[in-house]
Write a protein that binds this ligand. Structure first.
Ligand code: ATP
Length: 355
């Protein structure tokens, strides 16, 4: 299994290299057979050569790689994020990564919520245009486009995943009172697909009142399924409920091919780039999502345990209440991981690791 690593811009380029040793260690101890190669796609290349996602990149990834680990894209010198759209939307649409899974654990409850966001259509479909008059924008249109096929595939995969995880409740967020056409399509398909999963109890909420309820009390929610824009916004609320953008990760996958793009939810954070204080936690959690997806739950659990230990130490970065740096936090994670793996090997007679 080959992984394409794209550190990207700003703090992405700082946190990604610090978490890779954890992947290498797990790969070594668990014999995962993972190798990785780094690609310099991002703002520098865009500014120097005008290249975002290089020609042939999608074919190369499809033929030779199984996953992409991405840091972050964003640069103050490219205010419209043209390179980010080219690379990220290019990967999402080009590889048909229509399921975006963003788990988060509100601090108030300590129980995780699985958010599934449709990742390729809706208001992000790129359909629209602008009419300019006297060099001013007179009319601006962005269309919300959904095909039944994509909504069906997305909901089926999300509900199946929730059901397999033993979840009992799932909430569809929509705005069918104000956005009736795509809203009704989502409701119709949600009800039809839910019938295949008798263990799941479904509810439907308007996105505005859903946000209100989620912030006041996240405890009733277990699984959330959402169209693209609503899922994007709710994932940042999830990050805030968890304690910051430095903590949440996401997986974008194509269930048919199994290809995955794994990235932290935060962006390039230009305000703290270069200070050495960026929190690598989200990117390390991103690794755990990738390991889970690739079928290595024991390696993923070992990393999760080490992260949980390291968060409690003073090596944690300032956003987590510590006095550490990107490097000191990951050094602590590595120390915990070595300890955890050594315990595991001791605990299993005849060698091997329990993870
Ligand atoms: P971009 O344009 O790339 O999306 P942004 O500044 O708009 O960048 P984020 O990068 O998501 O958005 O960051 C928002 C704020 O959250 C930052 O100002 C930063 O202070 C904080 N932040 C984000 N990620 C981290 C992190 N990993 N560690 C610490 N703080 C973070």
């Amino acid at each position: 299994m080959r992984i394409a690593v794209v550190p990207g811009d700003g703090i992405g380029a700082e946190v990604v290299p610090t978490v890779l040793p954890a992947l290498d260690l797990l790969n070594d101890r668990f014999g995962l057979g993972i190798s990785h190669e780094t690609f310099g796609w991002g703002a520098e290349r865009w500014l120097a050569e005008g290249v975002g996602l290089p020609p042939g990149a999608l074919d190369l990834l499809t033929a030779e790689y199984g996953a992409v680990l991405l840091g972050a894209l964003g640069d103050p010198r490219i205010p419209d994020m043209a390179h980010g759209r080219d690379i990220l939307l290019g990967l999402r649409r080009g590889l048909d990564l229509y399921v975006n899974h963003r788990p988060f654990t509100p601090r108030a409850t300590g129980r995780s919520i699985d958010l599934f966001r449709e990742n390729t259509q809706g208001l992000y479909s790129g359909v629209g245009g602008t009419i300019t008059q006297e060099r001013r924008t007179a009319v601006a249109i962005d269309e919300c486009v959904y095909t039944r096929d994509t909504v069906e595939k997305f909901l089926r995969h999300s509900l199946r995943t929730l059901s397999d995880q033993g979840r009992e409740r799932v909430t569809l967020i929509h705005k069918s009172n104000a956005v009736p056409n795509t809203g009704r399509l989502w409701q119709e398909v949600f009800r039809a697909e839910l019938a295949h999963f008798p263990g799941l109890r479904g509810s439907e909420e308007y996105v505005d009142s859903f946000c209100y309820h989620l912030v006041r009390d996240p405890s009733p929610y277990e699984g959330i399924v959402a169209p693209n824009l609503f899922g994007d916004i709710v994932s940042d609320i999830g990050a805030a409920l968890m304690g910051g953008l430095g903590l949440t990760a996401s997986a974008s996958i194509c269930p048919e091919t199994g290809f995955g793009l794994f990235e932290p939810v935060h962006g390039s954070a230009p305000d703290i780039a270069g200070l050495g204080t960026a929190n690598p936690y989200a990117t390390a959690v991103t690794l755990t999502l990738m390991l889970d997806h690739l079928g290595h739950p024991a390696a993923s659990s070992a990393l999760r345990r080490s992260l949980a230990e390291a968060v409690r130490s003073d090596a944690a970065t300032p956003d987590m209440g510590g006095h550490g740096t990107t490097g000191s936090f990951m050094a602590e994670v590595m120390r915990q991981l070595e300890k955890d793996l050594a315990n595991g090997i001791d605990a299993v007679p005849g060698g091997g690791s329990h993870g």
